[in-house]
Design a protein around this ligand. Structure first.
Ligand code: MRU
Length: 352
């Protein structure tokens, strides 16, 4: 994707440094953060410099490769095993993080020679990032087939090209539809507490020249009731084999609303987001994040400075579950790189 005419990748590697578009500071300007070792990459995942299922999957794969490069000859295995645990403890919900870490770890250990191991790990991490990008492009092509001209689409959180290595998931069909000259309007729900919709999805849509309006999270019922939404497309962090889907907190209420108002509700995700070991949504671990994300809001002052302010009565406490689970029964279809899965028709089993 291009930013001001230059092509960027959300996650890439330069030597042994992982380059990430800094999503925490995007409001004040576009910058690339470079993490020099796997510990710094883990920190960037935890503090959400990089976020979004596919992007943290790619970053985790590269972090694993960094650990292979760093590992001392003696205690090589101990070092990479410990690093794997560190990477896997950064964020619990997004499936792609565990998928990538496991794949790079296994591929790296296919050789007995340490220098060969380092190359194998780096190669596998790069391959995962590339696969991620290609899957998202296919999701765009397949999902575009569902979008009629003049559609008004509601999305939640950010599942665009900041959340994956390129193209994104929920927004990829929107981007392809735009390139095929379809007229569209996107409603972006702001996605409190971290505002991924208001700050990231809006930033992407502006870049792509797609008309949109931000709505407060609680405005979607009103828009549905006024017949202003034709379809919903959201991303996913982990999908159980029965189709139950974990995505950003607030997704479930949009799914229930879409069902009530008989509006199609689509999830877009690559098949790497499907957890074959997870039978239903009840087994998906939901990340609990700091209450400070609810109590404080970060934004730009009128003078262009990023600042955090308290938006709750002093002394308040908050809870901050980062994801919810949408039962398969509310999902019209899951748009994957292999086709559209109908979860209620045992569709996931047919595709696996
Ligand atoms: O906490 P985040 O910002 O990493 O969560 C990301 C999401 O939940 C998004 O909604 C997205 O759909 C999944 S990543 C494409």
């Amino acid at each position: 994707m291009k930013v001001d005419g230059t092509i960027y990748r959300t996650v890439s590697i330069n030597g042994n440094s992982v380059c990430l578009i800094n999503q925490n500071t995007l409001l004040s300007g576009f910058e690339i953060y470079e993490s020099k070792n796997h510990i710094e990459t883990c920190e960037a995942i935890k503090n959400m410099t990089v976020r979004g299922a596919g992007a943290i999957g790619a970053a985790a794969g590269y972090a694993m490769a960094q650990a292979f490069v760093e590992a001392p000859s003696k205690k090589f295995l101990d070092y990479v095993e410990k690093a794997k645990q560190e990477i896997e403890s950064t964020r619990p919900t997004a499936r792609d993080l565990f998928d990538a870490t496991e794949k790079v770890f296994r591929t790296g250990l296919k050789s007995r020679d340490n220098s060969h191991r380092k190359n194998l790990a780096k190669f596998e991490a790069g391959y995962i990032a590339k696969q991620n990008e290609m899957a998202c492009y296919s999701i765009g092509i397949i999902g575009n087939g569902l979008i009629a001209n003049n559609s008004r689409i509601l999305t939640h959180c950010n599942a665009g090209w900041l959340a994956f290595v390129d193209y994104g998931t929920a927004l990829s069909p929107v981007y392809i539809a735009k390139r095929r000259s379809k007229k569209l309007h996107v409603y972006v729900s702001e996605t409190r507490p971290r505002n991924q919709g208001a700050s990231l999805t809006s930033w992407e849509l502006r870049n792509e020249g797609i008309p949109f309006d931000i709505i407060v999270d609680s405005a979607s019922a009103y828009l549905f009731s006024k017949g202003k939404i034709d379809m919903v497309i959201v991303g996913a962090d982990r999908i159980a084999v029965n189709g139950d889907t974990a995505n950003k907190i607030g997704t479930l209420e949009k799914a229930i609303l879409a069902n009530e108002f008989k509006i199609p509700f689509f999830v877009a995700a690559p098949t790497s987001t499907i957890d074959r070991k997870c039978k239903t949504g009840q087994y998906i671990v939901i990340e609990e994040r700091s209450q400070d994300e609810v109590l404080y809001q970060k934004g730009l002052t009128r003078h262009g400075k990023l600042e955090e302010i308290l938006v709750a009565a002093p002394g308040s406490t908050a809870i901050n579950p980062a994801f919810d689970i949408t039962p398969a029964k509310y999902i019209t279809g899951i748009i994957t790189e292999k086709g559209i899965i109908r979860p209620c028709e045992n569709g996931i089993n047919k595709i696996l």
